[in-house]
Design a protein around this ligand. Structure first.
Ligand SMILES: *Cc1c(COP(=O)(O)O)cnc(C)c1O
Length: 368
């Protein structure tokens, strides 16, 4: 038996709405923000969990030509989505043995070590060189940069098309690390003077022109995530509604949920929402955070379980089983949920589970 759209929405534990029109608007905001630098789109982790198959083609149509993924496997999948002309860069570089797969899909690896440089050199194909400017995560150290310069054979057999590094503290614009990384990156750039340069992620794209260089690499802001105090003009992209699975009234003294982490001190009216940590609704929201119904905040009571959590629905006697409550939306952004959960909006988005009914909107007001 097959389900119609409506049936699948009714059967699902919630509705995840992704406004692709807002992603495109955010991309255009970034293009204007960083011009004349070029603006890439970071589409790793399936566009931060939101669906690269729907979003990446929209970015392409909006003029994006440079796409960053984290993994070779993501690059292979993206090639089928965006077509042969897109430039697809692989941030995490090349695991040993991945070269032929990367070649087959015409991916541009970010070479993060001398070993990766050697493994790629015989392909004769374009690559990015990453230098470590202070994050100690990926890229060539200063000593490795010197070693590469000294190995003319290796250097000359690489077709390097970009020099990049990554900011560790871009979300804190005044952090001293931004300035030292900028300086160290420019020093590396003077060693490889012919290469275009890329340093800024979302937040870094709002740190002023000198951080833009030739290519910016925003991800989070495209998806409506707060990426730093200076970021402005970004539209929300995600809304999430959870279904009320059950309503109940409990007497004073009754406990709620695993571990009896909440005990009612009065008679209470509760709603059990059919969303849990298996859906990316963090267990750290136990006894913290809320859902919303209309203008009413419904506090979470007790522990979040795998497939459900419970809210105090005393303020909304009209709430019915089967109704949808707001989990992410106008009353609480993904970033606000993240603050309650003790994490960042990035983690909320990338964990959004696969059980929701997904709706993609392609223009302001229109749903698909
Ligand atoms: C994830 C990532 C980005 C994008 O970062 P946002 O903060 O999401 O804009 C850019 N560059 C590198 C190297 C990354 O790993």
């Amino acid at each position: 038996m097959s389900c119609s759209e409506t049936d699948s929405a009714t059967l699902a534990n919630g509705v995840l709405t992704i406004d692709v029109g807002a992603v495109v608007a955010n991309y255009r905001t970034l293009v204007a923000q960083v011009a004349p630098a070029r603006c890439a789109g970071v589409v790793k982790a399936d566009c931060y969990g939101l669906g690269a198959d729907r979003i990446a083609p929209a970015l392409w149509q909006a003029g994006c030509r440079d796409f960053f993924v984290a993994l070779v496997g993501e690059g292979l999948a993206l090639r089928d989505i965006v077509g042969p002309e897109a430039r697809i860069y692989v941030l995490n570089g090349l695991p040993p043995g991945a070269e032929s797969a990367a070649v087959s899909a015409n991916l541009i690896p970010v070479l993060n070590s001398l070993a990766q440089c050697r493994a790629w050199k015989d392909t004769g194909l374009p690559a990015v060189l990453q230098v470590d400017s202070g994050m100690s995560r990926m890229g060539l150290s200063v000593a490795d940069q010197q070693a590469l310069l000294a190995d003319r054979d290796l250097l000359e057999s690489l077709d390097l098309v970009l020099l990049m590094s990554h900011l560790a503290n871009a979300d804190e614009p005044d952090h001293e690390g931004n300035f030292s990384q900028h300086a160290d990156f420019l020093a590396a750039s003077s060693l490889f003077p012919s290469l275009p340069r890329s340093l800024a992620n979302s937040a870094g794209s709002f740190h002023g022109d000198r951080f833009h260089l030739d290519l910016c690499r925003p991800g989070a802001v495209l998806y409506g995530i707060e990426a730093g105090p200076r970021v402005s003009g970004i539209k929300p992209v995600v809304s999430l509604q959870g279904r009320v699975g059950q309503l109940r009234d409990i007497p004073a003294g009754a406990a709620i949920g695993y571990g009896y982490q909440f005990t009612a001190d009065r008679r209470m009216h509760l709603a059990t929402i059919s969303v849990g940590y298996a859906d990316g609704w963090p267990r750290s929201l136990s006894n913290r955070g809320a859902a919303w119904f209309g203008e009413q905040r419904l506090p979470i009571v007790g522990r979040v379980s795998m497939d459900s959590f419970v809210v105090d629905a005393g303020a909304v006697p009209e709430l019915a089983e089967g109704d949808l409550v707001e989990l992410i939306g106008p009353h609480q952004s993904a970033d606000a949920v993240a603050r309650d959960a003790g994490t960042i909006g990035y983690e909320i988005l990338t964990n959004l589970g696969r059980r929701y009914h997904r709706v993609y909107r392609f223009s302001a007001g229109g749903a698909s």
